[in-house]
Write a protein that binds this ligand. Structure first.
Ligand code: OAD
Length: 250
């Protein structure tokens, strides 16, 4: 795979790189994306029936079980070479920030340390009523299970449509977008705000925009470089070409 030598040089000399990832980076781990034709989750399910507080209030059992299904996909999945490449970038770039919209925890499992999770994490559970995180609960057949503190219903610790993002996460993400030399947008359709606004903040602040996506979402026209192969192919190759003399563990 050949990249523009100028891009490689810019990545080599960048002091600050911020990456934003979306569902596309986990596709090669076997986790479906949301908006792709045929295979996307929102192609087959109604987001409003599954990923809103109202949906949960209407049918908590359906929502809990749908997230249990997604949890099982996530726990069976493994990080792929794209996740691993971002671990190497974190180790080699002086200031590297990783912002993810994904709730699958695969960046953590790959070994990335400094991760800003915008949409929560599907492996965590919290109380629907009071929002506190819950580690253990009794499996007494109730679906969803009950909060051991207040007896209310439990839900996944993810951000649903109509809910606010964790304020510290979005503040840190905005700062990471505004204070970077290069912004990498990887595997996201860029259709859900406020995450979708981050690349534009980066451009406005003068960053170079590099997009990794086999498709051409609306952001593509603003990208300085469009890398249109799957992230699991592009990112490891990019890392190898940026730091050719370093082995995977150096
Ligand atoms: P989408 O499903 O909207 O977009 C996934 C993107 O990944 C698409 O643009 C694909 O072209 C691209 N893609 C597919 N395979 C790829 C690969 N191998 N390498 C690189 N890119 C690939 O997913 P998101 O943009 O993450 O939010 O969706 C954003 C938010 O909408 C999600 O976090 C979720 C969803 O509803 C909530 O649930 C709040």
């Amino acid at each position: 795979m050949r990249f523009d030598p100028k891009l490689i040089q810019q990545l080599q000399t960048a002091r600050r790189i911020t990456a934003l990832t979306g569902a596309g980076i986990s596709k090669e781990s076997g986790i479906p994306t949301f908006r792709e034709a045929q295979t996307g989750l929102w192609e087959n399910y109604e987001a409003t029936e599954l990923a809103t507080p109202q949906a949960f209030q209407r049918n908590p059992k359906l929502v809990w079980e749908w997230y249990q299904w997604r949890r099982s996909l996530v726990t069976q999945a493994e990080p792929n070479p794209a996740h691993m490449a971002l671990v190497l970038m974190e180790q080699r770039v002086p200031t590297f920030r990783l912002i993810t919209q994904n709730v699958d925890g695969l960046h953590q499992r790959a070994g990335s340390r400094n991760i800003i999770e915008l949409h929560g994490n599907i492996l965590r559970t919290k109380c629907f009523e009071h929002n506190h995180l819950v580690d253990h609960w009794q499996e007494d057949g109730q679906i969803p299970p009950r909060c051991p503190v207040c007896g209310g219903q439990l839900r996944p610790d993810v951000v649903w449509f109509g809910e606010n993002l964790p304020s510290s996460a979005i503040q840190r993400a905005a700062a990471a977008a505004q204070q970077t030399d290069i912004f990498l947008s990887i595997g996201t359709s860029g259709l859900v705000n406020p995450a979708a606004s981050l690349p534009y903040m980066a451009i406005e602040a003068g960053a170079l925009l590099v997009e990794v996506n086999p498709d051409h979402p609306p952001l593509t026209i603003y990208a300085d470089y469009q890398l249109t192969s799957p992230a699991g192919e592009i990112l490891p190759e990019l890392v190898t070409q940026i730091w050719p003399s370093k082995g995977a563990n150096s």
